[in-house]
Design a protein around this ligand. Structure first.
Ligand SMILES: Cc1ncc(COP(=O)(O)O)c(C=O)c1O
Length: 413
C-alpha cells in the first residue's frame, strides 16, 4: 500500500533539564513527576550500552551501528560507552554528526547512491575511506570525487531475492550476482580494500537467511575470481515484539559463522555487520497521552507522522504497551484490544494494533509504548504541527526482552 507522507521541518526533541533527572527513576515515577502533555521519549542509556557491549562481544568482526535507525546524540554516546567504535553512515549529515561527536570513530559510508559533494566532503573533510556501491557509475563517481585515491575501501552491495524479513529491503539497492562479480573485479584494480555486502531485510526472524545470503555471496566470489578483504553481512537482526519472539542472538551468530566457514575465506578477511534495530529498539519507549476515547479507539498525542510511523498502515508493527494511571495505581482489570488514532487530521494516522490495554483506559491516562528506540524518533515529522516532544532518561528495564541480549538485572519483569 502506498502511504503519502507530507513531511516538513520537525522541531528537535527538547531534553528535560538534568536537574529533573533522578537516579533510579523508572518510567512510571517519571510520568507522575512530569505529567507530560506532549509525547515523552524515554531513553535507557544503560540498555543501549549493554546491547552494544553484548553485540560487539558476540559478533566475530567489526560492528557498524546503522546511524539512521536512531541518530540521537545521547544514544550514540551510550553505544560508544558500550564499546561501539564503527558507524554505518548513509548521509553526509550522519557522517558530520558522528565525526563531530567522536574524532576517533571509524565511519563507513554505506549508502549505495550518494551525491558527488557528499562523497567528496566525507573523504576530504571527515576521513571516510570506505564507500559502498552497486553500479559502475557510482564507482566512477567515487574515484573522481576522491581524486583517484589509493586508500579506498570499496564495498559492492549484492542484491538479495525477497526473503521473509518483516521489513523487506530487496528491490531498491544491490547488483545482480553477475554484475556484482564484475564490479568486484573492477574495484580490485583501484581499491586498497575490496568488500562484498548484502542486507537480508529488517527484523529478519530466520538465522538461516544469513546462511543463504552467504551461499549466494560465495557464488559471486567464485564468479569474480578475486580476493576480498571484507565481507559485510549487513543488518536485519531482530528484536521482540508482542507476538514475535525471535531466536536468540547466538543462533544468528552461529548461522553466520557456518555460512562464512563454507566460503573458505583467508583469515585476513574481516567480517562486518551493520545492526540498527537490534542495538537500539529496547533502549527507548515513548509515553503518549490519551486525548479521547471513541468507539473502542484511543486518540493519542503521537502517531504515524511522529514516532509511531511503523505502527501505521505501511508497516503495521504491534508495539508492547502498558497503561499508566494518573495516580500511579496498577490496573488489575481485564484487558481489551484497542486501536490508536494519532493527533493529526489525516485519517491515515491510524494504528490498528491491536494494542492490549485495561478495558477502562480513558482520557488523561498515559501509555508507555516500548521498543521505539529503532525507527521511532528518527521518523518524526512536523506534519500538522504535532511535533513538540521531549526527552528524559530513565533507569528501568525495557517492556520486552529480546533473547540473548541483556544481563539478568536489566531484563523485562
Ligand atoms: C545499508 C543498511 N545497513 C543497515 C541497516 C540497519 O538495518 P536493521 O535496523 O534492520 O539492523 C539498514 C536499514 O535500512 C540499511 O539500509
Amino acid at each position: 500500500m502506498n502511504v503519502v507522507r507530507y513531511r516538513s521541518a520537525v522541531a528537535p526533541l527538547r531534553h528535560a533539564p538534568r536537574s529533573r533527572h533522578r537516579a533510579g527513576r523508572g518510567i512510571v515515577e517519571t510520568v507522575l513527576a512530569e505529567r507530560p502533555d506532549e509525547p515523552m521519549h524515554c531513553l535507557r542509556p544503560h540498555v543501549f550500552a549493554a546491547s552494544a557491549e553484548r553485540f560487539t562481544k558476540a559478533f566475530p568482526g567489526d560492528v557498524l551501528y546503522a546511524v539512521k535507525c536512531n541518530p540521537e546524540p545521547a544514544v550514540l554516546r551510550a553505544l560508544w560507552q558500550g564499546g561501539l567504535r564503527h558507524f554505518d553512515a548513509a548521509s553526509l549529515a550522519e557522517v558530520r554528526l558522528v565525526r563531530g561527536m567522536f574524532p576517533d570513530a571509524v565511519i563507513h559510508f554505506m549508502h549505495p547512491v550518494k551525491t558527488r559533494s557528499a562523497i567528496r566532503t566525507a573523504y576530504v573533510q571527515h576521513r571516510v575511506r570506505d564507500f559502498v556501491l552497486d553500479t559502475p557509475d557510482e564507482l566512477a563517481k567515487i574515484l573522481e570525487e576522491t581524486g583517484d585515491a589509493r586508500d579506498l575501501g570499496l564495498v559492492v552491495r549484492l542484491a538479495l531475492p525477497k526473503g521473509n524479513a518483516v521489513y523487506d529491503l530487496s528491490g531498491k539497492f544491490g547488483a545482480s550476482p553477475s554484475d556484482a562479480a564484475a564490479l568486484l573485479r573492477t574495484c580490485r584494480r583501484f581499491a586498497a580494500r575490496v568488500g562484498l555486502s548484502f542486507h537480508v531485510g529488517s527484523q529478519c526472524l530466520e538465522p538461516e537467511a544469513y546462511e543463504r545470503a552467504l551461499a549466494l555471496a560465495g557464488e559471486v566470489l567464485d564468479m569474480a575470481g578475486v580476493a576480498i578483504d571484507l565481507l559485510d553481512v549487513g543488518g536485519g537482526f531482530p528484536v521482540s515484539y508482542p507476538d514475535e519472539v525471535p531466536p536468540p542472538l547466538d543462533d544468528f551468530i552461529a548461522a553466520i559463522a557456518r555460512g562464512v566457514r563454507k566460503l573458505g575465506l583467508p583469515p585476513s578477511c574481516r567480517l562486518w555487520s551493520e545492526p540498527g534495530r537490534a542495538l537500539v529498539a529496547p533502549g527507548q519507549s515513548v509515553v503518549v497521552r490519551v486525548i479521547a476515547r471513541k468507539n473502542g479507539a484511543l486518540y493519542v498525542n503521537d502517531g504515524v507522522y511522529g514516532a509511531l510511523s511503523d505502527a501505521g498502515p505501511a508497516v503495521g508493527f504491534r508495539f508492547p504497551v502498558r497503561l499508566i494511571l494518573a495516580d500511579g495505581s496498577d490496573h488489575a482489570g481485564e484487558l481489551r484490544a484497542f486501536e490508536f488514532f494519532g493527533p493529526t487530521c489525516d485519517s491515515a494516522d491510524r494504528m490498528k494494533g491491536p494494542f492490549l490495554l485495561p478495558a477502562d483506559a480513558q482520557e488523561g491516562d498515559w501509555i508507555e509504548i516500548g521498543q521505539l528506540g529503532a525507527y521511532g524518533t528518527a521518523l518524526r515529522t512536523g506534519f500538522n504541527g504535532f511535533d513538540q516532544a521531549f526527552l528524559v532518561e530513565v533507569d528501568d528495564r525495557p517492556l520486552l526482552e529480546t533473547p540473548g541480549y541483556l544481563p539478568a538485572a536489566m531484563r523485562a519483569a
